[in-house]
Every structure is written in structure tokens, then in C-alpha cells.
Design a protein around this ligand. Sequence first.
Ligand SMILES: Nc1nc2c(c(=O)[nH]1)N[C@@H](CNc1ccc(C(=O)N[C@@H](CCC(=O)N[C@@H](CCC(=O)N[C@@H](CCC(=O)O)C(=O)O)C(=O)O)C(=O)O)cc1)CN2
Ligand SMILES: [Zn+2]
Length: 765
Amino acid sequence: MTLLHNSGFPRIGHKRELKFALERYWRGEDSLEKLESTAADLRARHWQLQQDAGLDLIPVNDFSLYDQILDHSLLLSAVPSRFGDLSRLTHADAAFCIARGKNAQGQPVAAGEMTKWFDTNYHFIVPELRRGQQFLIGSNKLFEEVAEARALGHTNIKPVLPGPLTWLWLSKTGEAEFDRLELLDSLVEAYGEILLRLAGLGVEWVQLDEPALALDLPAAWKQAYESAYSRLQGTPVKLLLATYFGPLKDNLHLAARLPVDGLHLDAVRAPGELLNLADHLPAYKVLSAGIIDGRNIWRSDLAQALTVLDPLKQRLGKRLWLAPSCSLLHVPVDLLSEAELDKELKDWMAFAVQKLDELALLKQGLHATGEQRSLLLADNTRAAQTRRQSTRIHNPGVQERLQSLTADMAQRHSDYRKRRPQQISLPLFPTTTIGSFPQTAEIRQARRKFRQGQMDAAGYREKMREEIRKVVKIQERLGLDVLVHGEAERNDMVEYFGEQLEGFAFTRFGWVQSYGSRCVKPPILFGDVSRPAPMTVEWSSYAQSLTERPMKGMLTGPVTILNWSFVRNDQPRASTCRQLALALRDEVRDLERAGIRVIQIDEAALREGLPLRRSDWQEYLDWAVESFRISAAAVQDSTQIHTHMCYSEFNDIMPFIAAMDADVITIETSRSHMELLDAFRDFDYPAEIGPGVYDIHSANIPRQEDILALLKKALERIPAEHLWINPDCGLKTRTWEEVQPALENMLAAARQLRQQHQKQNRARA
Ligand SMILES: Nc1nc2c(c(=O)[nH]1)N[C@@H](CNc1ccc(C(=O)N[C@@H](CCC(=O)N[C@@H](CCC(=O)N[C@@H](CCC(=O)O)C(=O)O)C(=O)O)C(=O)O)cc1)CN2
Ligand SMILES: [Zn+2]
């Protein structure tokens, strides 16, 4: 029979139990034992659930209290020296030190850098390596979890680890640059020991995740794959090499050839490669088809899947395995929790639990024929059909508007140089923030009460207005130049808009981990998108009415809404994005009409949505940039358009960033010490830039002199009249105790910079 397995299950819990347990522990309200026991309960529940679903191999070590890549760094003793000796701490506490920026003595140090996991909204902690580093087994977490699963009676387990090359590829070097491949020997040796220990625990199969094989790899790295895996040959466990998130393309032959016992392919993103791989795979190897989409929430079309699997099964027999395309970390836990979700829409969806059921059904279907098969698939086929034929997806008005899009709609009247003198006048080095202020317990509680009917709309509105008054006053007192309303009314910068747009559905418990204990609840974009009414105008106008200073309108851009939602898969993403752009265009125009002179359109996820392969960049960037421009270009020259991006590796895409034609772009740069600005200098970026001057992800308060030093570095790269001063990103995850002093220091640094700059200019004159 065909073997079923899984690469990972969401660990946060269907009611986010892990999030709340973590935060209680961090606040000192719970003991570590309490946290560990919640974690163990979750693992036990998830293993059982997968066992009950009929999986033949259940993943172990997919669980993490913070991040699986960080866990792996600890397993390899790859801890940056600034954290001191963490070896006496538990695995959990060591991980929290690195993730949250504390050394072994509990003093604040720079946290491990967080970055995007491929093209997902999950963030991992970047391994930091030093020259000559040795890798030794430094944590028992992996082995303990294997023992734990066995003690619960699960003998059919498959530990999952990041593969050596992917882990190394995702790492960065410290101050001293060197070729990371120098470390491969020691790394492979450590893997050898890890695998040996797993074999000693009775493990038969180990999955090594190598999604880096879906990337453009330099020749030396391809070579390194060959040498690393041939050195692991003969290890006493069987190895399943897992690739996902994209086709293998030029790495296909390499992947097929590596001396392992099985290869997993993402059959959702690379359907065309399955047969090709089957042809190239040596006869002793297993081919695991990742046929159920681990990145989206739509029910699979199982009949369609079987047309792909039938010929494979003929060719491979028992050597064909089935699995979700990737770890289910990226989808919510259980659709059954969604009591309030529209019945028809719900019928089209599958969350993690349902995806495992689909997998089991697919196996039954694969081994059945004719009428028996049709009978098995009947419900699935019916759901696929109603979705295809549903009138709720299609809105003729939206279609028409899309047809009537013209090129000039993506074009502002004049270029930046002509626009700037018509816009608000500001001091040199204007100061601002990225939009959100702390989402306090009080704000969230008000929203919960409102939702549960314990607070009426007027009460809720007044509560939010009270918050707006508070943040306006604080910003005036601090002396910021361009103010924000603080986004108190938003549960999330994407979900908030999803809730107000037609064509979206939203869930109650559809949480997905973003980083650490932080989760997002991506809205579900199922049909044509339109905007029944203004979404932000009332809040922004109210905020503007409280102050003489310019109030920035605050919107999430079309590309970011697209990338951070679960999106319909029945039309090209580009078309869906243009629909979003038109809806936002109307909002931008309404804000302008309401007297808002500065409008920020966040495109936090534009860079993250960049396809994994360079050959696909141009197509994506063309429609992504066009969509941003459609949303922004309706305004007069006198309205200043800002955009914000957090993940700011722009070196290779600078022309597209410039083509967005924003008047001001604020970006995340503090952790890279302004080096990201080199791209702007080299490109001769024409407009204004606010490079983030401090890291908002850490609770540490930035010092005035550090901010000033960063600003001086920025001035070496961009002209003074183009420089803005702001934090790296929004402040919603911080507390007021952190935000107030941090902004005070930022404004003090700004004043100092202005003074020094004036003095210099006078001296020069
Ligand atoms: N979508 C998205 N992706 C993003 C970001 C982002 O802001 N949004 N930022 C970057 C970093 N990622 C982040 C992801 C999540 C959070 C975050 O703060 N998430 C919150 C949840 C936000 C939210 O939806 N809050 C709800 C509250 C939901 C909730 O917990 N409700 C409780 C009660 C809440 C309480 O009493 O505190 C309940 O219903 O019972 C609200 O404000 O309404 C969290 O995990 O804590 C921050 C950054 C990259 N990706
Ligand atoms: Zn940001």
C-alpha cells in the first residue's frame, strides 16, 4: 500500500494554547515546567491526531517553542558569542535568550536576526557562524522528543531536521566574511553523529528538509550537496530528502542523484516534475509526492490529483509515497473550530486536520477503481464543482472595471521633482513613525467585548477615539513632524481590510504562526474584490481634526494584502492583485478628499513575495509594482505618498522599488547598520527615504548616540534633503514603557543631527 506521511503539523494549538503559555512564562507568571507541560500536551495531541488520520509515518521535531531553525542551531551548538555560555540553560531558555536578545547573564544584547522563511510569512532566526567553527551536539531536544513519542506508543515516527545545506545556506557570517562552505566538513560530521544517535533510538527514517534545492544555487553549492550527501551515505538510518516551495528545475538531476533513500517533491508547485523525477530516480528510491497544498486552505480536487498519481503508481508501485506539499505549519489547525464561517465557503476549505483526511482519502482512491473510486470521491467532487460554478465568486462590476483599466491610471500627474514643492513643507530630517502604536491589553479587550456584544458600536468607537487622542497628544509632546493615528482599531494590518472588503471571508481561529508567539489570521480571499464603503477615512479624519500637524493616512497595499491572505486559486494572482489595487485606489482618493495630505500605503510583503527563482522575478514585479501604482496614482501632486517595507533586501530589485514612484519610502535597516542603503545610493534613488534607526522587534531601548551614529552612516549614502527619521517598523508589539523612551531618544538624535548639520553648513558658507 502507498505510504502516507507528513512533514510537520502546526504547533501553536487550535486555540493558540502555545502562544498564551509562552507569553505567561515570559511575563514570569508560569514556571518552565508549566510551559513544557503545555507543549508536551500539544505534541501528544498532534501525534495522536495524525496517527488517527491514518498516517504511516508521523513527524517528530517539527515542534518548537520558538523556531525550528533556532532549535537546530542549538542542536549544533551554533550560538553567537555575544550570548555567552548558554550551555547550562535548558534548551528552551537558551532559545529564548537568542530569540529575544538576552545573554546568559540576562543582560540585553542584540537578538538573533529574524528573516522570512522562503516566500512564507513565517520568520526564522538566522544562524550566525564564525570562521573555523566546530559543530558539536549541544541539545537533547530532538532526542527527547523521539523518546517522548515512543513512550506514547508511536513507533512509526520520522524525525524531521533542516538539511545541512539549507541550514548553511540560510546562515550568515559574522563581522568577518568567509566562505560558509568551509564549515561543511564539521557540519556533516555533526549530522553523522546526530543520525547515529537517532538510529540508536530505533529510528528508521529521518527527513532532511532541503528547500534550498528550489532556489538558484551557485555551482559550488550544488557541488557541496553532492559531497555532503555522499559523506552521509551509509548512515544507519534511511534518509528522505524533502524539497518544497517550488520546482527543482536545474537542480532536478542533482536532487534525483543524491545518495539518499527517498525524495520528496512539492507536487503543488511543481506538478510537471513528478513524472520526470520518476524517470530519473534510481530503482531503490522512494518518491514522495507532496500532493496536498500545505500553503493554502482550499480543499484539494482529488479526482484531479489522481490523474497525476495513477501513472506514478503504475511506474513506482510501493515506492510512491503521499504527503502534503510542505509542513502544515503554514495553514490553520482545524476547520471544525469555525462555527461561524459561511457554510458554502467552508465546504470549499481544508485546514491541517482536514488535509490529513484528504491524504487518507486519496490513498483509498488510489487503490480503488471505477465506481468504487467515484463513490469514495463523490463528496470531494461535488464540492469542487459547486465552487467552480458558484455565483458568489464572480462580480460583473469588478470584472468590468478591471477590463477598463488604462495605463494612465498607474501614472501620477508629474514626477517626484515637480510634485515635492507642492506638498507639505517640513523641517530638514522630518521625523515620523511607521503607523501602529502599542496594541495594549485594554484595546484588545475592548475589541473582544465589542465582538461578543458586551460593548456597543458607539462605545467601541469612543474607546478607539480615546486611544487616538492619547497617541496624538504623545506624538505632539515628543515633537514628531508627521503624525499617525496609531492603528488601534486594527486587529491586523491585513485582516482589518479583509473584513471590510467584499470577496473576503474571515475565520475565528484560523491562526498561523508568524514568529515566536506571534500569529496572524490571514483573511480568505475567495471571490472578486470590491470596497462597499470607506475603510479608514473616519479614523484618519478624526485624528487629523485633533492636530495642526500633518496626519498620515494609513493603508495596507494591494500586494501585501494579497501575499498575506489565503488567495483564490482559480485565477492568476495578478488579476486578484489588480482588483485589490482598484479597491485601495478608491480609499486613497477618499482620504485625499477628506483632507489627508500624506498617505502611506504599506507594502511590507512586496519583497517577501518575490518568486524564489530569479527567472520569475520580472513577471511578478511588473504586476506588483503596477498594482501599487494603480492604488497610489489617483491623487494630486500635492498629496504625499509614502510606502513602507520591512524586509528590505533591495539590491537586485532597485529599479522596481524606484518604479513604485512613492514620494517617501520607509524601510527596515537598523540591524544591517544602514548597509541596505548602498543600493539606494548606487541607484541614485530619486525620492525620499526613511531608513529605520532602531529595531522594533527587540524590547531593548535604543540609545541616542547609537541612533545618531546610524543617521550619520545614512547621510554618507543619501542626500540630507531626502533623509527621514523613523523606527524600522510599526510599534504594535511593543509596550508604552518601551516606546516612549525609544522615541524620545530618536527625537533627541534628530535634534542633534539638525544642529550639527546647520553648524556644518554655516562653517562651509
Ligand atoms: N498579517 C501580518 N503579517 C505580518 C505582520 C503583520 O503585522 N501582519 N508583521 C510582520 C511581523 N509579523 C507579525 C505577526 C503578528 C503580530 C501580532 O502582533 N499578532 C498578534 C495578533 C494580532 C491580532 O489579530 N489581534 C487581535 C486579538 C486577537 C486575540 O488574541 N483575541 C483574544 C483576546 C485578546 C486579548 O484579550 O488580548 C480573544 O479573542 O479571546 C485583535 O487585536 O483584535 C498576536 O500574535 O498576538 C505582529 C507581527 C510580518 N508579517
Ligand atoms: Zn514593517
